[in-house]
Ligand binder design. Structure first.
Ligand SMILES: [Zn+2]
Length: 139
């Protein structure tokens, strides 16, 4: 059976790593509808790569980032948690700032590979990198 535009949207959002709950909320549809739309791709999915950092479990999401899986609590990204963990004064990432992967490998979350940038400068950097060598990586 062919998917409806809403179902296609669900699938795309699911592939970027959003949870069923968030998708339902953003599209204003029921969680059952989301589950129904994504059930086939969700079933095919291999178990996600898992790592531990600072006592938390992070899993690799289809968008290439490691993220916590805790139910209930806010889901956080490893590169952001790691940046805050490594920052000398336990600084928090301010609103509107991103953490960039210097070598563009989103799985490399070592201290030396993480750099905090304003969202504007971050997208600008990636725009320049993309233009330079046709590099389509995000990181
Ligand atoms: Zn980046």
């Amino acid at each position: 059976m062919k998917s409806s535009p809403v179902e296609e949207q669900c699938k795309n959002m699911y592939e970027t790593g959003l949870s069923n709950h968030v998708i339902a909320k953003q599209l204003g549809i029921s969680r059952y509808k989301v589950w129904y739309a994504i059930k086939d791709i969700a079933r095919k999915k291999k178990p996600r790569e898992k790592i531990y950092f600072n006592g938390k479990v992070y899993r690799l999401y289809p968008n290439g980032y490691f993220r916590t899986t805790n139910n209930g609590g806010p889901r956080t990204y490893l590169h952001r948690d790691a940046w805050e963990f490594y920052s000398v004064y336990k600084q928090k990432i301010p609103e509107g700032f991103d953490v960039h992967h210097i070598d563009l490998d989103k799985k490399n979350n070592s201290k030396e590979n993480l750099q905090m940038l304003s969202r504007h400068n971050h997208s600008e950097l990636h725009r320049v990198l993309d233009e330079k060598d046709g590099n389509k990586k995000e990181g």
